[in-house]
Design a protein around this ligand. Structure first.
Ligand code: GAR
Length: 194
């Protein structure tokens, strides 16, 4: 169990693999005077992830980690988290699967954002599949991470209408705007329930 650090702000580690727009949005929300969280660490499995540039811009510690040797790596990560008093992990476009033992250590405190209305369209290419299936709505979900992919308890969801002219790209762009509204709300909800 990772202990709360006695300060008012909850320390968050954000895991990314790519662009990092959700990370940027969470960082900006954390700067709000009333925010209860601070982004204290960014973890990426991809040294070329664009989102890593944000760590320099906002002066946040980062770690680039090769998750392929996952057991050992994750064990070391847990030590880092304990040292830095990390309370909650937010996966934000993180495309690796965490081990069961790691998830167990952080049970109930790992959140993920997924670009679909779970339990529909787990996994990849969510928008394309929703369009191909003639769905009326796509959307996004923030959920707790458990040992099954995109299957943990749902915290919040937002629907986004699919239009006839939509492509996976146009739909993804509209859903991403809603992701930015949803993730901080879901995170605050979890913090309030701690
Ligand atoms: C987001 O749309 C997020 O929902 C998705 O990756 C994108 C990352 O964008 N996550 C997944 O597909 C996880 N299965 P970002 O790097 O700009 O935040």
């Amino acid at each position: 169990m990772i202990k709360l650090n006695g300060t008012k702000k909850i320390n968050i580690a954000v895991f990314i693999s790519g662009k990092g727009s959700n990370l940027e949005n969470l960082i900006k929300c954390s700067k709000d005077r009333k925010s209860k969280f601070k982004i204290s660490l960014v973890i990426s499995n991809n040294s070329k992830a664009l989102g890593l540039k944000l760590t320099r811009k906002f002066n946040i510690k980062k770690k680039i980690i090769n998750f392929n040797n996952s057991k050992l790596i994750e064990k070391n990560l847990l030590k880092v988290f304990e040292k830095k008093h990390i309370n909650i992990i937010c996966l934000a476009g993180f495309m690796k699967i965490l081990s069961k033992s790691f998830i167990k250590k952080f049970d109930g405190r790992i959140l993920n954002i997924h670009p679909s209305l779970l339990p529909k369209y787990k996994g990849l290419n969510t928008h394309l599949r929703a369009i191909q299936n003639n769905e009326q709505y796509s959307g996004c979900t923030v959920h707790f991470v458990n040992s099954k992919i995109d299957s943990g308890k749902i915290i919040l969801q937002k629907r986004v209408k699919i239009f006839k002219k939509d492509t996976a790209k146009s739909l993804a762009a509209r859903v991403l705007i809603q992701e930015h509204a949803l993730y901080p709300r879901a995170l605050n909800k979890v913090i309030n329930d701690l």
